[in-house]
Design a protein around this ligand. Structure first.
Ligand SMILES: [Mg+2]
Length: 300
C-alpha cells in the first residue's frame, strides 16, 4: 500500500485547476472588443459623468494604470454611479457578433482533466454573453466576475456606517452632479514633480491586479495557488498572480514577460506550449485505466 501511495503521489498532476481570464485571453484582440470597450468607457465618462472630453485620454490612462480598471479609478477619485448602468453602457454596444464559436478551443478545454474557472474583472452579463458566443459556456465550472468580488449591490442598503455610500449610489440626481471640490484631481497630482502615489485615494472596487482580488478569488473557489495555472493577457495581472504563488501563462505574447512561466501567442497553442498538462493526464490514465475523470477530480 505504501508503494501504491507513493506511486500515486508521483503521478499526481501538477495542477488542480486552470484559472482563465476571459477578455483578450480566450479570444484575440483582433475581434475589436477591447478597442470598442475603451471607446465606450470614454463616452461614458463624457456623457454620463460630464467629464471634459479633452481630459479623457489622460484621465482614463491614469485611472487604468493606478487602479486596475478605469471604473475602479473613477470611484476612487470621487465619482459615484450605478455599477450595472456602467457595465451595460460599456458592454452593451460591443461588437459581440465578432465573437464566433471556437470549436478548436472548446475541444482543447474539454480534453483537459482539471477544474476550469473564469476569473474576470468584467460583469456577469458580459462574461456569459462572450462565453456563449464563443460556444464555451459549458467548459467551465464557474465564473468569478465583478459581482463575485464586489457582492455589495446598490439595493443592499445597510444599517452600518457605509449606509451613505449606498444611498448615494441609488440616487441618479446626485450621481451626475459633480463640482470640482468633490473630485480628486489625479491629472494635476501626476503633473507635479515626483508625485506621491501613496496619497492617492483608495477605491472601494475589488479587481485584478489587486492582490486582495486574487486572494479572494482563490478563497471563493477553494484553490491552492501552488496548484493553479493562471491564464492572462495582462502582464500586471500575471505579476500579481505570481506574487501570490500561481503559475502563470501569458496569452497573446511570443516572449514571456517577467512573472510569466509560459507565453502563448494564442490560447490555441496551449498544447504545444504547455504539453505537460496532457502528459499528467496520460500518466494518470496508465496508472488508473478507465478511471481518469474520477481520479483527477478526487485529487483536485
Ligand atoms: Mg484580459
Amino acid at each position: 500500500m505504501e508503494y501504491e501511495d507513493r506511486y500515486r503521489q508521483s503521478q499526481r498532476p501538477k495542477y488542480d485547476c486552470l484559472l482563465f481570464d476571459l477578455d483578450d485571453t480566450l479570444y484575440p484582440l483582433s475581434t475589436g472588443l477591447a478597442k470598442a470597450c475603451l471607446r465606450n468607457i470614454k463616452d461614458y465618462m463624457v456623457e454620463e459623468l460630464g467629464i471634459d472630453r479633452n481630459k479623457i485620454d489622460d484621465l482614463s490612462n491614469l485611472l487604468y494604470k493606478n487602479y486596475g480598471t478605469t471604473m475602479a479609478g473613477l470611484r476612487a477619485i470621487g465619482y459615484d454611479f450605478d455599477y450595472d448602468e456602467y457595465h451595460s453602457f460599456v458592454h452593451g454596444r460591443l461588437p459581440y457578433e465578432n465573437l464566433k464559436p471556437d470549436p478548436v478551443l472548446r475541444n482543447l478545454l474539454l480534453s483537459l482533466p482539471y477544474r476550469k474557472l473564469i476569473f474576470t474583472n468584467a460583469d456577469k452579463v458580459h462574461a456569459v454573453k462572450a462565453l456563449s458566443r464563443l460556444g464555451l459556456e459549458d467548459c467551465f465550472e464557474g465564473i468569478i466576475c465583478f459581482e463575485t468580488l464586489n457582492p455589495i449591490h446598490k439595493n443592499n442598503v445597510t444599517e452600518d456606517e457605509d449606509e451613505d455610500e449606498f444611498e448615494t449610489n441609488t440616487n441618479p440626481t446626485t450621481s451626475n452632479n459633480y463640482n470640482g471640490s468633490e473630485i480628486f484631481d489625479i491629472i494635476g497630482h501626476f503633473a507635479q514633480p515626483n508625485p506621491d502615489t501613496s496619497v492617492l485615494p483608495k477605491t472601494p472596487i475589488v479587481c485584478k491586479p489587486q492582490e486582495n482580488a486574487i486572494e479572494l478569488a482563490l478563497k471563493i473557489a477553494n484553490l491552492n495557488p501552488q496548484r493553479t495555472l493562471f491564464f492572462e493577457d495582462s502582464v500586471r495581472n500575471i505579476q500579481a498572480g505570481k506574487r501570490l504563488g500561481l503559475d502563470t501563462v501569458q496569452v497573446g505574447a511570443s516572449q514571456r514577460a517577467k512573472g510569466a512561466d509560459y507565453a502563448l501567442e494564442s490560447i490555441h497553442n496551449l498544447r504545444e506550449a504547455v504539453p505537460e498538462l496532457w502528459e499528467a493526464d496520460i500518466k494518470s490514465e496508465v496508472a488508473y485505466p478507465g478511471k481518469l475523470a474520477v481520479e483527477t477530480s478526487v485529487t483536485a
